[in-house]
Ligand binder design. Structure first.
Ligand code: FES
Length: 138
């Protein structure tokens, strides 16, 4: 079931994939690093141009995480575990900042904390940061 007319998923300043419904036709455009563009090309080769039929990638590279987000959002199944804009109130760290760190390789709480400054005061945000990491990385 197609629920959007246009959807774009990206890592800020890095990779982006966009789906657009143009009446009878769908258009998918993508830009990014070699790994990301190769993954999209491989998906097209193996699973066709209908992105609604693409399977979810299982891995935890930034490319696989972006494609997984893209597919889940297309299917209306994206359930990001933390909704507020700011995840760490002591250090005023935005959720997007932590999410970008996870996408770029901070796959443990320790790394996410070191890269963004989150969870370096009272620590009550730690469970939420871990939920974000678990949702992205699995
Ligand atoms: S809310 Fe993140 S350290 Fe206190």
């Amino acid at each position: 079931m197609q629920s959007a007319k246009k959807l774009s998923v990206e890592i800020e300043g890095r990779d982006q994939i966009t789906w657009e419904s143009l009446g009878e036709q769908n258009k998918v455009t993508f830009v990014g690093c070699f790994e990301f563009t190769q993954l999209v090309k491989n998906y097209r080769t193996h699973f066709g141009n209908d992105v609604f039929k693409w399977p979810l990638p299982n891995g935890s590279t930034h490319s696989e995480m972006i494609i997984r987000e893209f597919i889940l959002k297309l299917k209306g199944r994206w359930e990001y575990p933390y909704k507020d804009e700011e995840i760490c109130h002591c250090r005023h760290v935005k959720t997007k900042t932590v999410d970008n760190a996870v996408l770029n390789g901070a796959h443990t709480h320790e790394l996410a904390s070191r890269w963004t400054g989150c969870s370096t005061a009272c620590g009550t945000c730690k469970p939420d940061v871990e939920k974000v990491i678990k949702y992205r990385v699995g």
